[in-house]
Design a binder for this molecule. Structure first.
Ligand code: ATP
Length: 488
């Protein structure tokens, strides 16, 4: 229960889940690489999300838009100042974010200095002030803590309106005066600008959704807490286009559906909560975060936003291309079709990396195991990843009991007969106990042991990661046994 983030970070590195980017050069801040087990876990999370969106719903289709977009996109979205600057109304949330960053950094400093109690107290005070939306209190806290904002270089809180979080790069290989292109800070805009392309080509009728998984980039000012806040990360977003007036129902529907998803992949219900935004952007009708209780407290993993027709209207204004839909359905009040309108949007947006971190924190467990009775009784602890089998990087490990007597060949035979169905590994080194331990550490749900009896009757034992119980079954039963348990 007392798992700390540093345990997770160390585990993730040691067992090939997450490495610091460019580690041999001392690492690039807030950028991370996924190792052999990490990429499998992350792909499994993305696949489950993708299926939950595009397979479980007949009216949600996917796209894969480019990272680079016309720079005007970011004027329309409000990420760079243009003819219309929606961020001005968002001042409070910008300030809150900035304060959060500064104070969390101070807390990290206390932690590094060996004073975790002071760090925790500071984080708790900040949490309370932000919950109460007491911005004056936050300002005082910053003064009391003598926090220097590197943006202003003085012990005060910078009143900068807008922090440009976007990375840019040269837009043209030949023309050095060409405007820069940005690395998208969110995947949503690739969906908005393709709204009509998708609606027409996929012959969708409102209500329908467009889903996308892809990289996003934000030059986060202070990035800590491992893969919680990265400069390069991956988002899984779905924009659901609805008839104006129905957005409330759809907001509630998606809010519930998204929470069910997180529970289904194994996040504990008591570690999940909704956090309603008290301050809304002027265009937003409603916004809620789904928060997960990380070792460093409840933090956002997903946002669900009722965004009105803001985004499509902005693009319509700036591009001068109509972003309307003709709704043939009859309005019961008038007896006529609803006709042309700019649809409203309900958005769900989750970070693949944050979900990965939540999944890892949830799965990481240290268990005390008592074995034997009376005088013989021993206790030991084991560390394991209790991942949902659908998420596990390796579904089953096959162990020949000894490296002779035809057991390795039998293990290979089993591997070959199942490798089209599951990701497997053969492990023949060390004692069986050690091999179980290694698989527990990476979350493999099943270990199949080939022993002397296997050679006589074609049965194996299957050891369950969570219960440690072993069941003997025919080799021919493995596909169904494992298949049933690793499905979602
Ligand atoms: P935060 O307040 O934590 O910065 P946000 O409200 O800016 O997040 P959104 O813009 O709503 O986040 O993005 C949706 C999701 O994308 C977030 O819920 C989170 O899971 C993920 N996300 C956003 N920024 C980052 C980041 N820097 N690193 C990793 N994931 C991120």
């Amino acid at each position: 229960e007392n798992t700390q983030l540093k345990d997770i970070v160390a585990h993730a590195k040691e067992y090939g889940f997450v490495f610091q980017s460019s580690e041999i050069y001392d690492g690039l801040a807030a950028v991370y690489d996924y190792g052999p087990n990490g990429v499998e876990l992350k792909n499994n999370l993305k696949r489950l999300w993708w299926e939950a969106m595009t397979q479980l719903h007949g009216n949600v289709v996917g796209i894969d838009a480019a990272i680079f977009m016309d720079p005007r996109t970011w004027e329309a979205s409000g990420h760079v100042a243009g003819f219309n600057d929606p961020l001005i109304d968002n001042l409070d949330s910008q300030k809150r974010y900035r304060a959060d960053v500064l104070i969390e950094e101070k807390a990290a400093e206390y932690e590094r200095a060996g004073d975790p109690a002071r760090a925790a107290a500071l984080t708790a005070t900040l949490g309370r002030l932000l919950t109460e939306n007491d911005l004056a209190g936050v300002k005082q806290l910053i003064l009391d803590e003598k926090i220097v904002d590197p943006l202003s270089g003085s012990a005060k809180w910078t009143d900068v309106r807008q922090f440009n979080l976007m990375f840019s790069t040269q837009g043209s290989a030949v023309d050095s005066d060409a405007p820069p292109v940005y690395l998208r800070p969110e995947t949503a805009q690739g969906i908005f600008v393709n709204f009509l392309n998708v609606q027409k080509s996929a012959r969708q009728k409102i209500p329908f959704g467009i889903a996308q998984i892809g990289k996003a980039f934000r030059n986060e000012i202070v990035a800590r807490q491992f893969i919680f806040r990265m400069r390069e990360f991956e988002q899984m977003e779905m924009q659901f286009f609805v008839r104006p007036g129905t957005e409330g129902e759809w907001y509630d529907t998606w809010k519930a559906a998204r929470r069910r998803f997180h529970e289904a992949i194994g996040l504990a219900p008591e570690k999940l909560r909704f956090h309603d935004h008290d301050k809304l952007a002027h265009y937003a009708k409603a916004a809620v975060d789904i928060e997960y209780e990380f070792p460093f407290g409840f933090k956002e993993i997903e946002g669900i936003h009722s965004r009105s027709d803001f985004d499509l209207t902005q693009h319509q204004n700036l591009s001068r291309k109509k972003q309307q839909y003709f709704d043939n359905d009859l309005n019961p009040d008038t007896g006529k079709p609803y006709g042309n309108y700019v649809p409203y949007v309900v958005e769900t947006s989750v970070g693949a990396d944050r979900l990965f971190l939540a999944t890892l924190c949830q799965a990481y467990q240290e268990e005390t195991i008592t074995e034997g009775e009376g005088e013989e009784q021993t206790t030991k602890t084991r560390t394991l990843l209790k991942l949902h089998p659908a998420l596990a990087p390796i579904k089953a490990a096959i162990f020949p009991l000894v490296r002779k007597d035809g057991m390795p060949e039998k293990a290979q035979e089993i591997f070959d007969s199942l490798r089209f169905d599951f990701r497997l590994v053969i492990e023949d080194k060390d004692a069986i106990g050690k091999r179980y331990t290694r698989q527990d550490l990476i979350g493999t749900p099943f270990c199949i042991v080939v022993d002397g009896q296997t050679l006589e009757d074609d049965t194996v034992t299957v050891r369950d990661r969570d219960t440690r119980e072993q069941t003997r079954m025919p080799i021919s039963a493995l596909r169904a046994y494992i298949g049933e348990r690793v499905s979602f």
